[in-house]
Design a protein. Structure first.
Length: 138
């Protein structure tokens, strides 16, 4: 499954050069991740209410072209890999130019499945409903 979240670059997200400041892409990825889970029918909020969290263990970002103030961009999210205790999500930031898509950024985040005590859990065993939703997306 591919999930698209559209946003418009705000002025405060740009730097002196007028382009999106690099760290803001990780905020975009976070928003897209929450939207992805919500659209699965299993919100991040529900996941936490049921006693689980997804702390970040790794992230990367490859910048290809800049986004600028007021650009409309899509953050496209997919599951890159999913195992019992980890999930890796891949992202693309894409600008819409007169109906054409221009790839701006590619990145990923890797997360561990943990309980509220920060102990790793095998999500397949501990939360089979969530695991099955994720498995259907690959």
């Amino acid at each position: 499954m591919t999930h698209d979240m559209t946003l418009r670059v705000r002025y405060g997200e740009t730097d002196q050069m007028g382009v999106v400041y690099h760290s803001n892409y990780f905020r975009y990825f976070e928003a897209a991740r929450a939207s992805f889970f919500r659209d699965l029918g299993y919100s991040y909020k529900r996941f936490e209410e049921e006693g689980f969290m997804l702390p970040l263990t790794s992230c990367d970002c490859d910048f290809k072209k800049p986004a600028k103030y007021d650009d409309e961009i899509i953050i496209r999210t997919t599951i890159a890999s999913h195992k019992g205790v980890r999930i890796k999500l891949a992202y693309q930031a894409i600008r819409i130019d007169d109906g054409r898509e221009t790839l701006l950024v590619e990145g990923s985040t890797t997360h561990a499945f943990v309980n509220m005590d920060m102990k790793p859990v095998n999500i397949k065993k501990e939360n089979p409903e969530f695991y099955n939703l994720l498995t259907k997306q690959i």
